[in-house]
Design a binder for this molecule. Sequence first.
Ligand SMILES: Nc1ncnc2c1ncn2[C@@H]1O[C@H](COP(=O)(O)OP(=O)(O)OP(=O)(O)O)[C@@H](O)[C@H]1O
Length: 358
Amino acid sequence: MGIEREVAVRSIEGIEIPGGGTLGGADLLRALTVDGDTVRFVLEVRDADQARAFAPVEAEARRRLLALPGVANVSIVMTAPAGKPAAQTPPPQMKLGRHPTPQAGPQPIPGVKNIIAIGSGKGGVGKSTVTSNLAVALARAGRRVGILDADIHGPSQPRMMGASGRPASPDGQRIEPLQAHGVTLMSIGFMLNEGEAVIWRGPMLMGAMQQLLGQVNWGELDVLLIDLPPGTGDVQLSLCQKAALTGALIVSTPQDVALLDARRAIDMFRKLKTPILGLVENMSSYVCPNCGHEAHLFGHGGVAAEARDLDLPFLGEIPLELEVRLAGDAGRPVALGEGAVADAYARLADRLIKGGLA
Ligand SMILES: Nc1ncnc2c1ncn2[C@@H]1O[C@H](COP(=O)(O)OP(=O)(O)OP(=O)(O)O)[C@@H](O)[C@H]1O
């Protein structure tokens, strides 16, 4: 029998913090949840320096929570919210989109244990939404997670993760990624001026991908999720040739037309010898918030059936909920909170962790 959430909050809100005041008083506790014998929460700090100064606070919170009867695990994620608004800060002084340098086959990223590409055949099926929410769910489960937003046509991770700052590149060689909701984040969108379009093709695109993979200080990560553009284009090709991918995860809606496109994406990854880790059904069912009636706007179960046909793992279904879009637009992925969708993402994260993929 787990403890009450309030008991967990009360036990740590009085902890004194650097600079004076308490954890509760300074409103730094986010998304505290109790799940059986596990307590999880996010500690919102200003930047990496403050995160270091807060190490004793984190240790004390862990000590106090573990002392509560019924608590066996504590997972604390420190996050720094978005930095300065993009408009005030120019892109880092670094030329992105150069010609690729020769390399011998797909390369691992030092310090990064798994690299998972998130793909879809069709646009708008929720690939970016799944990426941001899965990342947050994995971080809540205590994993070290990064996102590389490689959606060159419409990078949406900065908005979905609420990160509007700019990564720095003091030496013009290495790029410092941002942090948001406990996730290390780099987006091709950070390297462009607002409204600037990317018209790279072929070799230039390959060079840009190589830089984003190899010149970003990713640090130690259990998993890096790569948000791909929809379809089967140059980015997918570059990525599979340049990065030693653990595998690809395919997002689709249950609709026939989306499934047809997903099949093409799967075929491409197979041809490139990238393992397909499984399929996720997004916008699976809709539960009316007023009457509780469950409807299947895009059909239901189509992706699971497809996975069976193709002999691939079916990793789970994510319901369609207004809150998913609102949370994405507000830069706070819905998986940070509670409810059916957050639970679905927690299950997906758990499957990847148990499978040794994250
Ligand atoms: N489960 C869901 N419930 C409600 N809205 C959702 C859900 N998943 C995604 N959406 C919304 O659908 C829209 C498209 O999602 P998203 O941008 O993630 O798709 P995408 O596949 O990455 O598209 P593209 O690759 O074309 O950019 C967004 O407005 C998003 O908030």
